[in-house]
Design a protein around this ligand. Structure first.
Ligand code: GCU
Length: 644
């Protein structure tokens, strides 16, 4: 069989990382280097950085050890001495090992090792343990006490690994080792690539490491495999049907009878009793009707608590906390997004979870600040190129921010999207995102990607159709969207038929675009009308617009604050004349690291910083922030008229 070079490369990378091979070539897996600091063995404490999810989560925080892979050390001078002489160094998790390293090597990726020595919070044999990683970039291989226990690929979505009983030390020290490889391939999400001059391309910095927190989960026989509490609202004055679907898993060695209960606000919900065999799953479903629900909206983000509890006899053995909101989001026959029956015309902010010194391993303060700054700008929606941290979803639910939820199927080239494996992996990302984030009322769109080829053709058409179908099957209550690169020459595309929402990334008057087709901003109104004419029944939103700015200067000079202010004024002014538009998102709220040699269309760039942000990387608001704020606040974003 002839394999494509990329698939072969992917397979080779897997082979190279096979546990046996690694154990042989890297003694660190089982034996730390002699100069390793004496590991402080900790017993993790109950704790969590976000509320929604299973109870009995223990944060694997405190002291971790880190080292770059020995074979890779030569690549990075800065780390070379440190790793060669001391082996492991002490770190904390979350961590991006290259958080402040702006070199080409840092963007290209390498291999790093993390280690955590810990004791179990309880010795009882009744408990099983699972490790939950919220986001590791990019490929992970995990060992417990020297034995491989699992692998994963892809960041921004959680993965869990069960710690086999036979390997766990109930009373001694357990050693968890994770090999993280952030070298990426053109088939990854986001893909790697090289520019004509050989520097890595990509839409944001390739931070390597355990980027979000890690939990040890203690399981008393019963665990939650799926929890879905889905309010369905058919009209704004209708009763809501709340559909519960909970799948439990019995980790125990004997069958148990489990009673499952919940609440919806103050109302009790009995999900029934089932006998679950050892190692088996059982699904509990029930729909309740809420006669006069209080609706969730950005102006009144009302939440219902819906905690789920599993009991064996009188004992509560497992719990899952969640809050949700009742609201409807759909696209009507006239191609308009309706929130609770009223036409939406949101104004939003594109964001990255980036930070000057922490990289993508941001903390809670940074997440709160992101939400606060977004709301202060007058925006009511967040968009990122990947699923956001669960805490951001919770803050959005609580504070009334909408979320355009996207998977990092970002500018994947058609030749790679053509590979079945790549499409399957993309489908898995989508499924995982929906299962992970479906209980958040803030999420209004499942976006299946960003800027694949502007001329979709059969391959992309196939991907979009499959992805849209999969999203609808998993969640029929939310529209499916996709963000396209906005070029007039692209014309109308049948391949977008399966989508409900089309996001247009438009940079008229900023980038020239192929053959200079978007150089003249005055062509924007006409272009938007042509998009509308192509897709009269789909909701259309501007998913990106923006201009770089890093200095004061003439208004006609690209890269000045004056140019940026004028740019946002013009673009928002044009959107205001398109009554059919369902929303617009500025790209981006804040500056972030993008890649070496980035210019972003700015004649005086400050690589690797992407400077279209309205707020500098260090938190200073540019003049355009206030322009946007004035115009966003002056926009009727939620249709003041009667519900339709
Ligand atoms: C693209 C892309 C963004 C990028 C932006 C830009 O359309 O989706 O991730 O940052 O353009 O060029 O600034």
């Amino acid at each position: 069989m002839r394999r494509s070079p990329v698939i072969a490369a992917v397979l080779a990378a897997f082979a190279a990382a096979a546990p046996g091979a690694v154990a042989q070539t890297d003694p660190a897996v089982t034996t730390p280097p002699p100069a390793a600091p004496a590991p402080r063995v900790e017993t993790p404490k109950q704790g969590k950085l976000y509320e929604q999810g299973p109870t009995n989560r223990y944060l694997l925080a405190g002291t971790w050890l880190f080292r770059l892979d020995q074979a890779e050390v030569g690549l990075k001078e800065g780390f070379q001495k440190q790793t060669a002489t001391t082996g492991w160094s002490v770190t904390t998790v979350p961590s991006a090992w290259n958080a402040t390293d702006e070199s080409v090597e840092s963007m290209s990726g390498t291999v790093g090792w993390y280690r955590k020595d810990f004791r179990l919070p309880s010795r009882s044999k009744r408990f099983s343990y699972v490790i939950r990683f919220e986001s590791v970039n990019y490929r992970s291989r995990v060992w417990l006490n020297g034995k491989p226990v699992g692998t994963n690929r892809g960041a921004y979505l959680p993965f869990e690994i069960r710690l086999p009983s036979g390997l766990l030390k109930r009373s001694g020290t357990n050693r968890l080792v994770i090999r993280v490889d952030n070298r990426r391939y053109p088939t990854d999400f986001p893909p790697s690539g090289l520019s004509a001059t050989g520097t890595p391309t990509g839409g944001w910095w390739n931070y390597g490491g355990i980027l979000r927190e890690v939990y040890l989960r203690r399981i008393d026989r019963i665990d939650f495999s799926t929890v879905q509490v889905r309010p369905v609202l058919r009209c704004t004055t209708c009763a809501a049907d709340v559909q519960y679907r909970v799948v439990l898993r019995n980790y125990g060695t004997s069958a148990v009878k489990v009673r499952l209960t919940s609440r919806f606000g103050s109302r009790k919900v009995d999900l029934g009793t089932k006998s679950i065999g050892a190692k088996r799953f059982a699904a509990f479903t029930r729909t309740i009707r809420v006669k006069k629900p209080r609706l969730w909206s950005p102006t009144r983000p009302y939440l219902y608590a819906a905690p789920v509890r599993a009991r064996i006899g009188k004992k509560t053995v497992a719990g899952y906390d969640l809050e949700t909101g009742v609201r409807s989001i759909r696209v009507n026959g006239a191609g308009r997004l309706l929130l609770n029956g009223k036409p939406l015309n949101f104004r939003g902010m594109g964001v990255h979870e980036d930070h000057r010194t922490l990289g993508f391993a941001i903390d809670d303060a940074a997440r709160r600040l992101m939400v606060q700054e977004t709301q202060e700008s007058g925006a009511t929606l967040l968009r990122a190129h990947y699923p956001l941290h669960p805490r951001i979803h919770e803050l959005a639910d609580q504070k009334g921010l909408l979320i355009w939820s996207e998977i990092p199927v970002y500018a994947v080239k058609t030749q790679y999207l053509k590979q079945k494996l790549v499409r399957e992996l993309a489908a898995r990302e989508l499924e995982s995102n929906i299962l992970t984030n479906q209980n958040h009322p803030s999420v209004i769109v499942w976006s299946v990607g960003n800027e694949l080829s502007a001329r979709p053709g059969a391959v992309q058409g196939y991907y979009l159709a499959r992805a849209a179908r999969a999203a609808k099957r998993l969640d029929p209550t939310r529209p499916v969207g996709y963000a396209v690169a906005g070029y007039p020459a692209a014309g109308c595309q049948r391949e977008y038929d399966p989508l409900d929402v089309i996001g247009v990334n438009e940079y008229f008057g900023w980038y020239p675009g192929p053959n200079g087709q978007i150089a003249d901003r005055t062509l924007l109104p006409e272009y938007l009308d042509s998009v509308r004419a192509c897709y009269p029944k789909k909701a259309i939103v501007i998913s990106e617009f923006g201009a770089e700015a890093n200095r004061s200067g003439p208004v006609e000079e690209k890269g000045t604050f004056e140019f940026q202010s004028d740019f946002v004024n013009y673009h928002l002014g044009v959107y205001a004349t398109k009554p059919w538009l369902s929303g617009a998102v500025y790209w981006a709220l804040k500056e972030f690291r993008v890649r070496p040699n980035w210019d972003g269309g700015n004649p005086r760039p400050n690589s690797p910083i992407h400077e279209k942000g309205l707020i500098t990387f260090d938190g200073v608001r540019k003049p355009a922030f206030f322009e946007v704020q004035r115009m966003y606040r002056g926009t009727d974003q939620f249709g003041s008229g009667p519900a339709r």
